[in-house]
Write a protein that binds this ligand. Structure first.
Ligand code: ADP
Length: 471
């Protein structure tokens, strides 16, 4: 099959979160299973500056803002995989890739239309076009207006329902749609335009990134107003857990960590802990663990519970390191913790890829008390690095982390259910126990052998492509 993936960020070219990891890995696994894959993403300023890409072509595209020139650059990943970048200087040469820009609707509608125009111009004739999140959600809607795409199967993945691409009604004119699309069965959403609705309505199948999150999104608590619409598509709505790129995340072969190790040389993992603690001016105390968190500083990630947990961890003599970026109010909370527990808590407020690797390698426990979590990659990375995840039972965390049993002989993390301080307190106490126990190393070894490789996930997507493109 020929399969096209369209996304606003693809690792390593641009990444703000899990979406980039997924679209950076899934297509390669699909092509390894014998399919041709073409990918599209915007040509951001940051990408242009960092990568030397091959010029492919340019062509004009009519928009409500006049004729714009679409610049196409490309990167051949391997013989079966090509990535095209859609450039337009005024839209994508900006300091941040999303930002609070007033023309985000125009920017990403342009991206969608330019991709479709290019596919047609080059006659790529894909069997499947697979779009991701709100930024590419208009693709199936635009394509349905064009007979060229009559036989194409459209798949749509929701990586995070909390971000739907909602814009004022007036934008309808700027995104090349006539007002007949502004009705509740199309794009209208509480008086505004909702891009994600287009992906859900006009695609043949939709999915999100874990079975539990799929079910949660059908409830008013987690549906963000789209639960009713998703319910109308429930027959074609799936939950598929993401995989992890085991080449990128491999402690035995990770150039970013201090000392490489595997499940048979856990002693070397200790070196990683000591080195990062020293570098962070934290006191290494015998018999005390290092807890880490690497996260967007956002409400979704359970920041209030995390702060509460850090007090308990530090007050008990254990250490904590945070690597995070996001909302200022949370930064302030963590900086306050750092001041309170000078030799036990360190908080790095930045997005730092290499530092993330070091911390996964250094940690004994990884904290992830999310309010909701579509899939979550950090717990899978933590498994790989023998860093025991402490998670709340929600979404993909519920599907991937099995609570460690009372006698510690089974399970791969510490799972708590209720979103309150009492529950996380119990989870932290259990971590202290696990750390002291004779089973600690056995648990770390066990979780390092978990298999969340992409191949399994890619096969599930391929079976959906086959089912829906023959339907
Ligand atoms: P989300 O996509 O909701 O942010 P995920 O757990 O699915 O959460 O994916 C987060 C990814 O981003 C992981 O690879 C994690 O290591 C990485 N990450 C998050 N914050 C940072 C940071 N400050 N620096 C480096 N990497 C980060």
């Amino acid at each position: 099959m020929k399969i096209i993936h369209i996304a606003s960020e693809i690792n390593p070219f641009a990444k703000t979160g899990g979406l980039a990891d997924v679209v950076g890995s899934l297509p390669a696994s699909i092509s390894r299973l014998g399919h041709k894959v073409v990918m599209f993403m915007p040509l951001y300023k940051q990408v242009s500056e960092k990568y030397s890409l091959e010029f492919h072509s340019d062509f004009p595209l009519h928009t409500s803002q006049g004729i714009k020139t679409v610049l196409i650059k490309k990167k051949v990943i391997d013989k079966d995989t090509t990535l095209y970048f859609i450039g337009e200087h005024s839209y994508f040469f900006r300091d941040v890739i999303y930002g609070d820009y007033v023309d985000n609707a125009e920017r990403f509608s342009f991206f969608c239309r330019a991709v479709l125009a290019f596919i047609k111009k080059e006659d790529l004739s894909p069997q499947v076009i697979h779009c991701h999140d709100w930024q590419s959600a208009l693709v199936p809607l635009y394509a349905r207006q064009d007979r060229y795409f009559e036989k194409t199967c459209f798949g749509y993945t929701i990586h995070n329902l909390a971000y739907q691409g909602v814009f004022p009604y007036e934008k309808i004119h700027q995104i090349s749609l006539d007002p007949s699309f502004f009705t509740p069965d199309k794009l209208e959403f509480y008086g505004k335009i909702n891009f994600m609705k287009a992906g859900v309505i006009y695609s043949d199948f939709i999915n999100t990134v874990s079975p539990t999150y799929r079910d949660e999104t059908l409830t008013s608590k987690f549906g963000w107003g789209l639960e009713g619409l998703l319910d109308t598509r429930s027959k074609d709505y799936y939950g598929i857990v993401n995989g992890l790129d085991y080449t990128e995340w491999d402690p035995a072969n990770d150039p970013d960590i201090f000392v490489k190790y595997d499940s048979l040389s856990l002693r070397k993992k200790e070196e990683n802990r000591k080195k990062i603690m020293k570098k962070s001016n934290l006191l290494v105390r015998p018999g005390k663990a290092l807890f880490v968190a690497i996260t967007r500083l956002a409400d979704q990630k359970g920041m209030d519970l995390l702060v509460h947990a850090v007090h308990k961890i530090a007050a008990s003599g254990h250490s904590f390191i945070l690597l995070g970026s996001g909302e200022k109010r949370y930064e302030d909370m963590f900086l306050h913790l750092e001041k309170t527990y000078k030799d036990k808590v360190r908080c790095y407020m930045k997005y730092d890829f290499a530092m993330a690797h070091k911390l996964y390698a250094a940690g004994d426990f990884f904290l992830m008390p999310s309010k909701f979590e579509p899939c979550g990659l950090s717990q899978l990375i933590s498994f790989r690095y023998g860093n025991i995840p402490i998670v709340r039972k929600t979404g993909g965390l519920a599907d991937t982390v099995e609570n460690i049993s009372e006698n510690l002989s089974s399970g791969d993390g510490i799972v708590f259910e209720d979103y309150n301080t009492k529950s996380i307190d119990k989870a932290i106490e259990k971590a202290f126990e696990v750390y002291k126990s004779d089973s600690f190393d056995a648990i770390r070894k066990r979780i390092m052998l978990n298999d969340f490789s992409w191949e399994r996930t890619a096969k599930k997507y391929i079976s959906l492509y086959e089912r829906y493109s023959n339907a």
